[in-house]
Design a protein around this ligand. Structure first.
Ligand code: SF4
Length: 320
């Protein structure tokens, strides 16, 4: 079967006075229908730029320089913006970290949630508002009639993120890209919002690319995981295999830095060092200055993605 989304060699740069910086560098991945793929990595690894690039949402000084994002048989990146916008509004949608930046402050919640229905289903305003009210009920915003007339600033952060989920899923899209959808929220509401989004998506058979830095969430929700480091995919495969035994030293470091019940009282082992700046990327394997297993070729040559027997792909010379 062809996957729902196939990303091939996607490369996005940001133009700066000192030259183009590669934020996403030759990423290949695929998402099947109804699948949840987690995209993980520390801040600055290119997860958000990858998410935006897939839907053609990168704006200057960023630009996609090569690659494809084939969705339902069409390369989204080769389509004119008008056609891409139509697909984005109906068959593929996105939820951002901070809903306040993507909600229109001067439009009522009802009109914003109803808009995809009016535009893509050509429904009347009344029909679309009725659909919006039903959707707001489903995302747990009770008293939908009153909510329809509310404005974004009248809602809490959690309520606004529920509105974003309602907008993103009201047309039962085939694909949802969710970029750290709960990061800006209170810890106590994060889990509720995530469960809500995943439950609704499961009901509609929507596939999700979930950008997150929370490996606990990955373990509970995703079938496959893509680990990013400095713009490159470094490990890609089944979550169960990754959690049992991460293959890439960076993934090993991420997992080792997680608290475990049995580790109570013991010090965690965070990965020493920080993600390098795009303006000053190391040669060879981008991870080599932090890698405890680095050896001769690592600083010199860029490792390709090697195939492991269990189906995973790993960008590391240890497997060469
Ligand atoms: Fe470490 Fe070398 Fe593998 Fe990079 S290629 S992760 S430096 S062992």
């Amino acid at each position: 079967f062809a996957p729902l989304l196939s990303v091939e060699g996607l490369t996005t740069v940001f133009d700066t006075p000192s030259g183009p910086l590669r934020a996403v560098d030759g990423v290949d991945l695929a998402i099947g229908r109804g699948e949840v793929l987690a995209v993980v990595g520390e801040s600055g690894c290119g997860k958000t730029v990858l998410a935006l690039s897939i839907l053609g949402l990168v704006s200057p000084p960023g630009r996609i320089v090569s690659g494809r994002a084939v969705f339902g048989g069409q390369d989204l990146l080769a389509l004119p913006e008008g056609k891409r916008r139509t697909i984005r509004g109906s068959r593929a949608s996105m939820i951002f970290q901070e809903p306040m930046t993507s909600l229109n402050p001067v439009l009522s919640i009802g009109d914003q949630v109803a808009e995809p229905v009016r535009v893509h289903r050509r429904a009347s305003r009344r029909e679309a508002l009725a659909a919006a009210g039903a959707m707001l009920d489903r995302v747990g915003l009770s008293g939908a009639g009153r909510r329809l007339r509310a404005y974004p600033h009248e809602l809490s952060g959690g309520q606004r993120q529920r509105v974003m989920i309602a907008m993103a899923l009201i047309l039962s899209p085939e694909l949802l890209i969710a970029d750290e959808p709960t990061t800006a929220l209170d810890v106590t509401v994060q889990r509720q919002i995530l469960d809500l989004m995943l439950g609704l998506a499961r009901d509609t058979g929507t596939a999700i690319a979930l950008v997150t830095h929370n490996l606990g969430v990955v373990a509970e929700t995703a079938e496959n995981v893509a680990v990013m480091y400095s713009g490159r995919l470094v490990e890609y495969g089944a979550v169960a295999d990754f959690l049992r035994e991460p293959a890439h030293p960076y993934g090993q470091g991420l997992l080792a830095s997680l608290p475990r019940l049995s580790d109570r009282g013991r010090r965690l082992t965070p990965i020493p060092g920080t993600v390098p700046s795009l303006a000053d990327l190391p040669t060879g394997c981008h991870f080599h200055p932090r890698c405890p297993r680095a050896f001769a070729p690592c600083a010199r040559d860029i490792p390709p993605l090697f195939d492991l027997p269990d189906g995973r792909r790993v960008r590391c010379w240890l497997y060469g």
